[in-house]
Ligand binder design. Structure first.
Ligand code: WT7
Length: 647
């Protein structure tokens, strides 16, 4: 790739010729979308198979309640599976599944069609009807995908709950959604050992009278408690069904799934996605953002299907495009730190999509680990979940991408359903650290508190100014909260994303973290992400989390928690001073952290987000709040033990 200087003085990376010369979309896509946004999305909807054509592309007569492809009818599962088999691609691999212990399954499109049809027949036999909610609480095994598609096929609404969530979290979701069935497993493999799932389901379902049955996949063969009449083995019920199933077609606005996401309050929000618009956008973004070539690529989103990333870019996007994907059950360090790279080498992965927090972990482990594997098949890399700091970007680019793969940093949310702001691999000159430009057909702006557009590098709020096909339609059961949370701050036509952002002179958008994570120090707005990025830019630091702690003189003071790299660096006062000065030099004296604490671990949610709220509790010397959504709640004790007495 050619390196040049951008107007901001940073390095940029032009699209590699090998990709640009035969990319799925070229530069004209932006003009086409700008000329007629709705016609552009209608064209993308035409990539799908519809039983009945829509009458109107968008009905926005009652904002913020959108209807896309009004009057159109389709079946989402048919689009993801059957039509590829009918077109003669039944033999093509849909998933190379890799279990953590090393067992594997290869599922082609014809087999997937049979499995989904059997599961759809089983759901119908269990009395599940179109519109009913079905909870899926499974490890990363193919039955998770089969269950989702079986629901879609019969018009039931799936609600996947990440297998790492507690019984309480599951119970509150079952209750909120009014689920009639739970699909689970005896357990799954995590860090080299079987972990149980069924006990959490038993606990949660005992409090959820609406759940009639629990369908249990056998994965680990561990003993499980059994409630006769309620619990059923997947193999018994699904196993005996016919692989023939004639699908019905549903309205474009028929609900497809609910995905719960934590808001700023305790009660999680059930984000509702529907069918036609959702599939249109995830399908087209998957094809354009990753330049997916169905006959050549091996695509791998290394995330859990329990998150929206998995829904859109393990299941619906890839299948609608007839991709061959990799699905991996376990953790990156099991049984060794090269497991991911071994998988890339084994299956010849060409496109890899992961999160910055994972990349920084790999950085911590050192470049020797990936260097031991053949990663030469990779051609496009993706990033999602948080801003990717330039150091991690450059490391990913050099050590995983061999300097030849564009990195597509994708900004989006559970609420947006699909990609919203990201470069295109065959078109955009990449600027490390920025998600860059709105996807074709998407309108985004950075505004000040009054809603005036900012484009001069000053910090503001990210808003989306036009509805988009894969937008959430409401919060399940709570239209008022939907309006209040997203469509009130700047009126009913402007979506408030909750992220701080700035736009530079080249028109690139830089995401600066959630606005609740923006600190105010002596009247200056400083992003936690910016300070974190500076800290991880120092050679001694592997990971950093920054919070604004209340301060009697400055309003907020910057408190940083850092994990050092493994090379046995000094962690004493001298290093802390060095790091404080490093940040002051990097960003400006105003950003110099008041306090830096060296820790072994950071508290993270199961989706990998640092729980700054807990760190703020520590920084402000308070009793700890709720720790139930942490991956590992002992982390907080470890941190507290290590701390000097608060100043
Ligand atoms: C929030 C949404 C999108 C699926 C996974 C997370 C942050 C996400 C980026 C990015 C900067 C990002 C934002 C957003 N975020 N991707 N590429 N650059 N920030 O979904 O749990 O709904 O979180 O994640 O803060 O609002 P989510």
């Amino acid at each position: 790739m050619t390196d040049t200087q951008s107007s901001t003085g940073d390095r940029t990376f032009a699209p590699p010729e090998a990709i640009a010369s035969r990319a799925n979309v070229g530069p004209a896509v932006y003009e086409e979308a700008a000329a007629d946004r709705l016609a552009f999305w209608a064209e993308q909807a035409g990539r799908l198979s519809w039983d009945r054509q829509w009458d109107e592309v968008l009905d926005w007569s009652n904002p913020p309640f959108a209807k896309w492809f009004v009057g159109g009818r389709l079946n989402v599962a048919y689009n993801c599976v059957d039509r590829h088999v009918e077109a003669g691609h039944g033999e093509q691999v849909a998933y190379h599944w890799e279990g953590e212990p090393g067992d594997t399954r290869t599922i082609n499109y014809a087999q997937l069609k049979d499995e989904v049809s059997k599961a759809a027949n089983a759901l119908t036999e269990l009395g599940v009807q179109a519109g009913d909610r079905v909870a899926i609480y499974l490890p990363m095994i193919p039955e998770a995908i089969i269950s989702m598609l079986a629901c879609a096929r019969i018009g039931a609404v799936h609600m996947v709950v990440f297998g790492g969530f507690s019984a309480d979290a599951l119970a509150s979701r079952l209750d909120d959604a009014g689920a009639v069935l739970v699909i689970t497993a005896d357990g799954g493999y995590r860090r080299g050992a079987p972990s149980a799932l069924k006990p959490a389901v038993d606990d949660a379902v005992s409090r959820s009278p609406g759940v009639r049955n629990v369908l249990v996949v056998k994965r680990t063969e561990q003993d499980v408690e059994w409630t006769e009449g309620r619990d059923l083995w997947w193999d018994d019920v699904v196993g005996r069904q016919s692989p023939e199933h004639t699908c019905e077609f549903f309205d474009a606005e028929h609900p497809l799934y609910i995905m719960y996401t934590s808001g700023t309050t305790a009660k999680p929000k059930g984000i509702l996605h529907t069918s036609g618009g959702y599939l249109t956008q995830v399908s087209f973004t998957h094809w354009a953002s990753f330049d997916l070539k169905p006959d050549e690529d091996v695509f791998w989103t290394a995330a859990d299907v329990g998150w929206v990333t998995g829904h859109s870019y393990i299941v619906y996007g890839p299948l609608s495009n007839r991709a061959t994907s990799v699905m991996y059950e376990g953790t990156p360090e099991t049984p060794h730190r090269g497991r991911w790279w071994e998988i890339v080498q084994k299956y010849g992965v060409t496109i890899l999509y992961t999160a910055p927090t994972v990349i920084r972990t790999f950085m911590k482990w050192g470049e020797d680990v990936p260097a031991g594997f053949d990663l030469s098949t990779l051609r496009v890399l993706g990033s999602v979940g948080e801003p990717i700091n330039p150091e991690a970007w450059l490391w990913y680019h050099a050590n995983i991408g061999g300097g030849r793969c564009p990195i597509v940093d994708t900004w989006w949310q559970t609420e947006t359903g699909g990609h919203m702001i990201n470069p295109l691999p065959g078109v955009t000159s990449l600027v490390p650290g920025s998600a860059q430009v709105p996807f074709p057909g998407i309108k985004a702006k950075v505004v000040d508190d009054e809603g005036n557009e900012l484009s001069d590098d000053s910090t503001g709020l990210l808003v989306l100014t036009e509805p988009w096909p894969s937008m959430l339609r409401t919060i399940w059961g709570d239209d008022d909260r939907y309006v209040d949370t997203y469509w009130s701050r700047f009126g009913k036509n402007v979506y408030f994303a909750g992220d701080g952002a700035k736009k530079d002179a080249d028109g690139n958008i830089w995401l600066l973290g959630r606005v609740d994570d923006v600190m105010n120090v002596s009247g200056h707005r400083i992003s936690t992400t910016e300070v974190e990025s500076s800290l991880v830019g120092h050679p001694s630091v592997a990971e950093a989390a920054v919070v604004g702690a209340s301060d009697p003189t400055t309003g907020q003071g910057i408190v940083a928690f850092v994990i050092l790299r493994e090379s046995g660096v000094d962690s004493g006062d001298e290093l802390v001073q060095t790091l404080r000065n490093h940040v002051a030099r990097d960003i400006g004296p105003i950003a110099k952290p008041r306090q830096i604490m060296v820790v072994q671990e950071l508290p993270k949610t199961r989706s990998g987000k640092i729980m700054r709220r807990l760190l703020r509790d520590i920084a402000e010397n308070r009793e700890l709040g709720d720790v139930t959504t942490l991956t590992d709640s002992s982390v907080m004790n470890l941190i507290k033990e290590k701390l000097p007495a608060a100043p």
